[in-house]
Ligand binder design. Structure first.
Ligand code: 2BA
Length: 109
């Protein structure tokens, strides 16, 4: 069994969850915050048999759009210290960031 963690944009979350549910997958939604932009995003957790991983990734991919965001360099971490504070920088966010992990044990009691 695998556990998929997918970090998606808040605006894509409804459609991603709806499609996963329609396809028969159970999903848990966590409200999360990106460490770089310090903006809200959504983390979805999906437990699935190994052979369903590609199907789940395909659904997430098809419903997650990438977006350009202009952020003020003064609100981002020191990685941008070379950039003058207050200077706008453009970052591309998403589609989705996906991690797939092995599940040692799964029980519903
Ligand atoms: P944030 O950390 O807020 O990052 C938003 C976007 O800012 C990232 O989009 C990326 O384009 C840019 N970015 C992030 N860190 C950067 C850095 N050190 N220097 C320059 N640009 C940087 P995505 O890569 O699509 O990531 C979207 C969100 O997914 C992230 O929000 C974070 O919440 C999560 N994420 C991405 N990679 C991750 C990882 N390796 N581990 C855990 N969470 C991750």
């Amino acid at each position: 069994m695998k556990l998929v963690f997918a970090i998606v944009h808040d605006e894509d979350e409804t459609e991603v969850m709806r499609t996963l549910n329609e396809e028969g997958f159970s999903v848990t939604k966590l409200s999360s915050t990106g460490g770089f932009l310090r903006a809200g995003n959504t983390t979805l957790i999906v437990g699935i048999p190994n052979e369903k991983v590609e199907k789940v990734i395909d659904i997430i991919k098809s419903k997650s759009k990438s977006r350009k965001k202009l952020v003020n360099s003064s609100i981002t971490p020191a990685v941008n210290s070379a950039i003058a504070p207050g200077y706008p920088i453009e970052v591309t966010v998403g589609g989705a960031t996906i991690f797939v992990m092995d599940v040692e044990k799964f029980e519903k009691v």
